[in-house]
Design a protein around this ligand. Structure first.
Ligand SMILES: Nc1ncnc2c1ncn2[C@@H]1O[C@H](COP(=O)(O)OP(=O)(O)OP(=O)(O)O)[C@@H](O)[C@H]1O
Length: 289
């Protein structure tokens, strides 16, 4: 498998470690007039890797889509890189891998062509249609990081579902986002491919990429997440470190002090987030299956 490549770079003006990049203040999101997520307060800082857990239907996707402006905000505020969402236009700084989304069999495009779509947010109308050398380089690195360099010219419809998820991650990486939001990136992916994805995510974390990952498979992310947010019934029921989560639920003890924590001399720039467990019982499923 791939493993010894470098991840795509983040934008040159990336937020400094610890700066707030995504902020929700008493935010409610839903569909039409129906609130699904209510009164959410959440600040994600540069360099954090946040796992969003919760039972089916609790509102995880709605929360993430709400951050991106993909559903209705019914109250509260959303700020992206310090700017109110309604005035934020630098969408290339946010990479999004949607849930349950693979590439339709009817798409006639190569893997590289799909990943190249991620560069569109960097293009200007006066640019030539032909890709610049830098774009080509970023696309090649994104493919390398997800282990699909050798499939660049393959028709996407010939790839497995798990490989297609990796194409979508590469597409998001190709936009060189400051923040990567992924909705169940490991869902429906076999153990071998989950391992590949875990390696990809670990490498991105090492590079300081801020990530918000909706997941039911926390074990696949052990050693990668720095913070856990649990959504229950549309509300944030827990927000804290993996250790605090383990203590609170008594269910899951992630081995989050993996080798990535120790094989560097420099101080980890990621902020230490204080746990803010709310009162009341946590759902025993805790979003883990
Ligand atoms: N487009 C939509 N229109 C109306 N209601 C929706 C829509 N999408 C989701 N919902 C409803 O919002 C609620 C929360 O759904 P959401 O997808 O956010 O949950 P989730 O926690 O991500 O669930 P899962 O783990 O199953 O993916 C559900 O009751 C769902 O039916």
């Amino acid at each position: 498998m791939f493993v010894n490549s470098t991840a795509p770079t983040t934008a040159a003006d990336a937020a400094p470690a610890g700066a707030p990049v995504l902020e929700l203040s008493h935010a409610s999101f839903g569909y039409a007039d129906q609130a699904v997520v209510q009164g959410a307060d959440l600040t994600v800082r540069a360099g954090e890797v946040v796992a969003v857990l919760g039972p089916n239907g609790s509102g995880k996707s709605t929360l993430v889509r709400g951050l991106l402006g993909l559903n209705d905000r019914l109250g509260g505020e959303v700020r992206l890189f310090g700017t109110p969402r309604e005035s934020f236009h630098d969408h290339g700084r946010l990479g999004y891998v949607p849930q349950r989304h693979t590439l339709s069999a009817s798409v006639r495009a190569t893997v590289e062509e799909i990943v190249a779509v991620g560069r569109l947010s960097h293009q200007r109308w006066w640019w030539p249609v032909r890709r610049a050398a830098h774009d080509q380089e970023v696309i090649a690195r994104a493919l390398e990081v997800v282990g699909l360099s050798d499939r660049a010219d393959a028709d996407v419809s010939t790839l497995s579902g798990g490989q297609q998820r990796r194409v979508l991650i590469a597409r998001a990486l190709a936009s060189e986002p400051d923040v990567l939001l992924m909705d169940e990136p490991t869902a429906g992916v076999d153990a071998a491919n989950q391992q590949v994805l875990s390696t990809v995510l670990a490498r991105l974390r090492e590079r300081g990429t801020t990530m918000v990952i909706v997941t039911h498979e926390l074990t696949a992310l052990a050693g990668i997440v720095s913070r856990i947010v649990l959504v229950q019934g549309g509300r944030i029921a827990f927000d804290g470190t993996p250790d605090e989560f383990a203590t609170r639920t008594g269910q899951f003890t992630p081995d989050h002090h993996d080798h990535h924590e120790h094989d560097h001399d420099e101080v980890d720039p990621r902020p230490r987030v204080r746990g803010t467990p709310t009162s009341g019982p946590l759902d025993p499923r805790g979003g883990i299956r």
